[in-house]
Design a protein around this ligand. Structure first.
Ligand code: CDP
Length: 218
């Protein structure tokens, strides 16, 4: 197991994990690893290449020739930045189906563990505290009401210039959470020893302060 500092932040879609995790990483001088971006990058490539993800051979072939990495806090797919491409509503609607595939999870979890062995990290995702780093020194499970999460995602998409519908986003987020929670492999779960933080009606600063306080206190 890693001897570096690992801060695991898990939770459902749109709970504000990435914003909070990014700030916590700055404060504690760690790398920030957005594992959702890694799953999104693979999903994006599958869509681009019209890969049938239920065909094991096709999927394995794609995985064999795919490299997902981070450089300067940005996700790289085969060496190319894909930060915007992976966050479209289309990718959000397919990513969970790609993320439940064993071969995909094995590849990405191996990469995530390797990063955590090399540098101190704040890693956000669904299964960091339960599967990727069950021995992480700090574990948080960050959540918020579905209403608020949909509202935040709606504002984010509008700001990026997408023609988003609040009801569609609400439905997509609920569906994705259900899918992520009910899958067989590494489902979305709060680790028993993770600290639960409900961010509903709370500001980012407030949540960051609570997490920092809990880390410093222990
Ligand atoms: O940003 P958002 O909350 O919408 O989700 P994300 O963190 O970008 O994750 C996208 C999807 O990747 C999730 O809905 C999961 O299906 C999958 N994922 C996963 O299976 N395991 C992780 N550690 C992170 C993400």
């Amino acid at each position: 197991m890693s001897n570096k500092l690992i801060i695991a932040i898990d939770g459902p879609a749109g709970a504000g994990k990435s914003t909070v995790a990014r700030i916590i990483a700055e404060i504690f001088g760690c790398e920030y690893i957005d594992t959702g971006a890694m799953y999104r990058a693979i999903a994006y490539k599958c869509v681009q290449r019209l890969v049938d993800i239920d065909d094991d051979d096709e999927l394995n072939e794609l995985l064999d020739e795919t490299e997902v990495a981070f450089k300067d806090k940005k996700i790289l797919l085969d060496g190319r930045p894909v930060e915007n491409e992976i966050r479209t509503p289309k990718i959000s609607s397919v990513v969970s189906k790609v993320a439940e595939k064993k071969a995909v999870r094995e590849k990405l979890i191996e990469a995530q563990r390797k990063i955590g062995e090399e540098v101190s990290v704040v890693m956000d995702g669904r299964d960091i505290g339960t599967s990727v780093f069950p021995d992480a020194q700090f574990k948080f499970f960050v959540t918020a009401s579905v209403d608020e999460r949909a509202d935040r995602r709606y504002k984010e998409l509008i700001q990026k210039g997408y023609d988003a519908s609040k009801i569609e986003i609400y439905t997509e987020i609920k569906k994705r959470d259900e899918y992520d929670t009910n899958r067989t492999l590494n489902p979305l779960r709060k680790a028993p020893d993770a600290i639960l933080i409900d961010t509903t009606k709370r500001t980012i600063n407030d949540v960051v302060d609570e997490i920092c306080e809990r880390i410093r206190r222990s």
